[in-house]
Design a protein. Structure first.
Length: 459
């Protein structure tokens, strides 16, 4: 399958500018759309299976296993050995399996080329050992790698001579379909991958259209599997959110504060995560076990101090956002601050050594911070929650459009009402984060972030 002299991803011709939509009128592009439509179903089925497996392993490890060993319930100290084992398994997968276990989450949400098929077992095993055992990371990065790798591997089996640019477009469509299944919306996936990959210009549509097609068809498979298995879907939309009033001048003032606080908090988390990561790569397996124990100790300390289950501090937080909002009255300000402190430190440790995505812990921390601030005058809970989510998301990922959409769509109709506040908070957090970031290193610094899916193995 050929897609013309200038393929859908990169490879701009050196000759004079041509019609940017000429590619769309070629037969090769129609073939690319057909391939994208076909791969959407199996990719989303695999994504559903991965998320379902993570969802089943979490209660199995933290509830069923201690009962099977004779405990009346889950002991307070249980996260310590479990996260040590998870760290051992994740460290071994990263150290010894091809593909380095996927991209380093401390480097943000990297969207690069699809991993080779031989790297997928390592990506999946490292992610399962991280997410199921309680590391504070999300599933989006493994899903992006899994979707892209499966898509490219499948088309290479059928068409070994496929041009590299066409294969890259198919891989992007597979990643698109997988992450859209998680986010619950093909459009949300479009904005995420568009910003994360830096696409722009007329070529943007050339790449996103196959991805939208794959995601749309895959979404039907995802919904069907959720109904057939009884496991449901993985929608992020929160329910029973009270209607929000129109924003006030005071709330716009709070949007400035939320944006600034999120920028400083996220900058601290990223800097500490990179400091830890520089040390982890020297001693991958023992360092991952040690940091797994740190995450477990933080969970134990939080549970002992608040009386809340340690699971409220562990994991990515994506499934706990709804209960955090609806049960916020059951949290004292002190408990919320301790939750933010412990989860933030666990997030740093997880980013530095485990494998997963950085999005959902950032959303959770921003939501918890917004709830804390809502105890102050002039800031309603719904507005604070939405602004915290958007500001922390953009401060961690530097994806402003995606951050606004995530915070808005998360709350449903009330989110549309508070969208102006979210926009202000996101813009302030984005600009402040960029100002706080160190200037880019020029001259080919070898210490920069590694390739998202295939960096060299650590010694």
């Amino acid at each position: 399958m050929s897609v013309g002299p200038a393929g859908p991803v990169g490879g701009a011709p050196a000759t004079a500018p041509q019609d940017p939509y000429a590619l769309l009128r070629t037969r090769g592009y129609l073939q690319l759309l057909a391939v994208a439509a076909v791969i959407g179903a199996p990719v989303c089925a695999a994504a559903f299976g991965f998320l379902a497996l993570v969802g089943e392993l979490e209660p199995l490890l933290y509830k069923d296993l201690p009962r099977a060993l004779g405990f009346a319930g889950t002991p307070l100290w249980w996260p310590l050995p479990l996260l040590a084992v998870g760290g051992l398994l994740a460290g071994l997968a990263v150290r010894h399996l091809p593909g380095n276990g996927g991209h380093e989450p401390a480097d943000g949400l990297a969207v690069g080329g699809a991993p080779v098929v031989s790297a997928l077992p390592g990506v999946v095993l490292a992610a399962l050992a991280s997410l199921s055992f309680g590391a504070v990371l999300g599933p989006e990065a493994p899903l992006i790698a899994l979707g892209g790798g499966m898509a490219v591997g499948a088309v290479r089996l059928l068409h070994k001579s496929m041009p590299e640019q066409a294969a890259a477009a198919v891989g992007a469509a597979g990643s698109f379909a997988a992450v859209s299944a998680l986010l619950g919306s093909p459009l949300m996936g479009a904005f995420l991958l568009m910003e994360a990959s830096g696409l722009g210009g007329a070529m943007l549509g050339m790449v996103l259209v196959p991805g939208l097609l794959a995601a749309g068809i895959g979404a039907l498979i995802f919904i069907g599997l959720g109904s057939w298995t009884g496991l449901g879907t993985y929608s992020l939309t929160l329910h029973h959110i009270p209607d929000a009033a129109l924003p006030t001048v005071a709330e716009f003032g709070w949007a400035l504060v939320v944006g600034l606080l999120a920028a400083f908090a996220a900058t601290g988390i990223k800097r500490l995560a990179h400091v830890l990561k520089d040390r982890v790569v020297r001693h991958r397996v023992p360092a991952t076990v040690l940091l797994g124990l740190v995450v477990g100790a933080l969970a134990v300390a939080f549970a002992a101090a608040t009386g809340k289950p340690s699971s409220e501090m562990l994991y990515s937080g994506q499934s706990a956002l709804g209960s955090l909002f609806s049960e916020s009255a059951g949290y004292s300000v002190g408990a919320l601050l301790l939750l933010i402190l412990c989860k933030g430190l666990a997030y740093c440790a997880s980013l530095s050594c485990f494998r997963g995505g950085p999005i959902f812990p950032a959303l959770f921390l921003g939501a918890a911070g917004g709830i804390v601030l809502s105890h102050l005058p002039g800031l309603p809970l719904t507005s604070a929650f939405a602004m915290g989510v958007g500001a922390m998301c953009v401060a961690m990922l530097r994806l402003p459009m995606t951050s606004v959409l995530l915070a808005t769509l998360l709350l449903g109709r009330p989110g549309l009402t508070v969208m102006p506040l979210v926009i202000v908070a996101v813009v302030v957090a984005y600009v402040t984060t960029l100002r706080l970031a160190p200037p880019p290193v020029t001259g080919g610094d070898a210490s920069g972030p590694a390739s998202p899916h295939g960096p060299p193995k650590s010694p």
